[in-house]
Design a protein around this ligand. Structure first.
Ligand SMILES: [Ca+2]
Ligand SMILES: [Ca+2]
Ligand SMILES: [Ca+2]
Length: 204
């Protein structure tokens, strides 16, 4: 009985081997060699620079009611993959400097806080190829503090900055207008400081 079982298994094995390629028929093989995966790069340059060497274009001195100026930051994707730029305004501080006689006469009673940031109207735009798009409506500079702009998840996403392909650039500009109003004297010699932090995030 064992012998018959052994014979059956042997015959079955031979039939299986012949049926699955142990026979000497025609065949062919090719190899795709050196497959690799390499990570791309995402590298933001602001006016061609990286931290801590990024330019500070907003240095408006002796600003007076009626003055208006626009300063721009060129943002470039120096990496190899596409990225979504956005930015935020942080560390905004209203400095009083000295309270001069006209400020006191106008009713400035706060020694530790300036009034200029409320009298400057600020407007963010982006420019490319001679076209200009508003990023956020004109508002007092103080209202831009601790806000983010231009990205799909930012506080003010109503106009997105354009996605930057590798090597592409966009100009982000801030227009600052010193409005004329009755209480301008409160802001004599005052100074507003702020930082603008630019981001570039990987885009779809
Ligand atoms: Ca960089
Ligand atoms: Ca004050
Ligand atoms: Ca003041």
């Amino acid at each position: 009985m064992k012998r018959i079982l052994f014979l059956i298994i042997t015959v079955a094995l031979v039939v299986f081997m012949v049926g699955t390629g142990f026979s000497a028929m025609f065949s062919d093989i090719e190899t795709s060699r050196d497959n690799t995966v390499t990570a791309g790069t995402l590298d933001l340059k602001v006016a061609g620079s990286d931290d801590p060497g990024v330019d500070v274009p907003v240095r408006l001195d002796n600003y007076a009611p009626g003055d208006s100026d626009r300063r721009c930051w060129p943002l470039r994707n120096a990496g190899t993959i596409r990225g979504q730029p956005w930015f935020e305004v942080v560390n905004l501080v209203n400095e009083e400097n000295v309270r001069y006689e006209p400020e006191i006469a106008a009713g400035d009673i706060s020694d530790d806080e300036g009034e200029l940031g409320n009298q400057l109207m600020a407007l963010w735009v982006w420019e490319r190829d001679g076209n200009e798009f508003s990023i956020w409506e004109e508002r007092p500079l103080n209202q831009h503090a601790n806000s983010s702009f231009g990205g799909p998840l930012t506080d003010h996403p109503h106009t997105l900055l354009p996605v930057l392909e590798a090597g592409e650039e966009v100009l982000v500009c801030l227009e600052i207008r010193f409005v004329e109003r009755d209480d301008n004297n409160l802001a004599q010699s005052d100074r507003v400081r702020f930082d603008v932090v630019f981001h570039l995030d990987q885009a779809e």
